[in-house]
Design a binder for this molecule. Structure first.
Ligand SMILES: Cc1cc2nc3c(=O)[nH]c(=O)nc-3n(C[C@H](O)[C@H](O)[C@H](O)COP(=O)(O)OP(=O)(O)OC[C@H]3O[C@@H](n4cnc5c(N)ncnc54)[C@H](O)[C@@H]3O)c2cc1C
Length: 391
């Protein structure tokens, strides 16, 4: 069967504009609904036993991870929640037994994917049993910041907002009575916008997934109506090929200009990520250890930073015993506790930002973890050259 223009098979490296043939999914989807339809097809046809995706909770700022075993429920997960700051990788380990016994389909942002790869390296996730549909990600906005930003900068009651999106460099809201967009750069200059770890992120198109899907590069009459799909593995090629043949999604060749725009946008975002690293790291590089000691002086030892970190695991019972580093009943934690944790994750911090996002004392833990990882990378990989961020 021809896919388009005489093309009959799908292989790694192929790129498509793809859109769902399911009208319900099309209504709820962010772009072409390809992600939801492909996951639904995989579940219906037993390529996976379950799907882990994200659905809207109480409001548009509330993203809830959900495991789905009935294909009919997948429609509830269509759409992008840009204020959904969750990380799904550790959920695969904790609640799906690392996909060791069952096959799992999963929608992953770059950070979800990096977390999965780190857990797989430690033998905690079986990659063979995962079907990973990557979604490009330019960054997420914390729900608290989103509400504040919408009130203060957009002049709109955040409870009246029915939809948010990030398009062409703008954060756009739809609300009772209209819609409004403000340039993310302008918002970020004033301290709003994406989470700081997302600004520093250098993984925008998750090409280690089986498919990488996004809206960048969809132009012409398909703009907003199709998903740009890059096939990144044989598994991804097999899924695309079967789903197209089953007429679950339709595809066309991407516009050459669209491919060019996608590449340029990715590069611009990577440069922006480097710029934020430069700015954030140089602000702390002169006295990193003093800053860490001062900031972590607020620590109340809730240990959420450990619990949610995809790469940090305390040795058994370490947190329950009295030790010079962890004295029970005493706050704040000894600075050595944090320094030991940073040393522990220094070669593998993925800059997902969970430690900082969930810290009740708002300690900039992700900034420290990311800065130390950058230093460690340069120390152990001389070809990267000396750090640009320290003296
Ligand atoms: C936070 C975020 C930022 C994005 N930024 C960009 C960008 O800058 N450039 C670009 O080209 N594309 C970006 N995308 C991808 C784009 O918005 C669409 O997800 C993609 O084009 C697929 O469209 P679709 O209609 O096929 O997806 P749909 O069929 O609507 O499916 C969307 C899938 O995304 C999952 N999802 C929704 N929110 C989250 C979340 N917060 N974390 C993890 N999974 C989630 C859902 O569970 C669902 O499986 C972003 C997506 C997200 C979630």
């Amino acid at each position: 069967m021809a896919l388009f223009g005489g093309k009959t098979e799908v292989k790694k490296g192929d790129m498509f504009y793809a859109w769902t043939t399911d009208s319900d999914i099309a209504k709820k989807a962010e772009c072409g609904g390809a992600v939801t339809s492909l996951l639904k097809y995989a579940l219906e046809n037993k390529m996976v036993d379950a799907v882990l995706a994200v659905k809207r909770g109480a409001d548009i700022y509330d993203a809830i991870p959900t495991i789905i075993t009935n294909p009919k429920d997948l429609g509830n997960t269509a759409g992008s929640l840009h204020c959904g700051t969750l990380l799904t990788s550790k959920l695969v380990k904790n609640y799906f037994d690392g996909a060791k016994k069952q096959k799992l389909g999963i929608a992953v942002k770059g950070c979800d994917l990096m977390g999965i790869l780190e857990l797989a390296k430690r033998g905690d996730i079986n990659l063979d049993n995962l079907l990973m549909i990557g979604v490009n990600c330019g960054g997420t906005v914390s729900p608290v910041t989103a509400r504040k930003m919408i009130t203060e900068k957009f002049g709109v009651d955040p409870n009246k907002v029915t939809k948010e999106e990030i398009d062409k460099g703008q954060f756009i809201i739809e609300y009772e009575g209209g819609h409004k967009g403000i340039k993310i750069d302008d918002l970020e200059d004033e301290g709003y916008g994406r989470r700081s770890n997302c600004r520093r992120c250098l993984y925008k198109i998750p090409r280690q997934a089986d498919l990488a899907c996004g809206n960048w590069g969809v132009i012409g009459d398909k703009a907003g109506k199709a998903t740009f799909v890059e096939v990144c593995s044989d598994k991804g090629a097999d899924l695309m090929s079967k789903a197209v043949k089953a007429k679950v999604v339709e595809v066309s060749a991407p516009e050459p200009k669209g491919i060019e725009i996608r590449g340029k946008t990715e590069n611009a975002m990577l440069k922006l990520g480097q710029k934020w690293r430069q700015k954030d790291f140089s602000a702390i590089s002169e006295n990193l250890w003093e800053v860490i000691a001062e900031e972590t002086g607020r620590c109340i030892k809730c240990y959420t930073c450990i619990e949610k970190c995809p790469v940090c695991f305390p040795v058994a019972d370490m947190l329950k015993k009295d030790s010079p580093m962890i004295r029970r009943g005493v706050v704040p934690a000894d600075p050595m506790f944090h320094l030991r944790r940073f040393a522990h994750i220094s070669d593998s911090c993925i800059n997902c930002g969970q430690c900082e996002e969930l810290c009740p004392m708002e300690i900039p833990l992700a900034l420290f973890g990311n800065a130390i990882r950058e230093e460690a990378d340069r120390a152990f990989a001389p070809k990267l050259g000396p750090s640009k961020y320290s003296n």
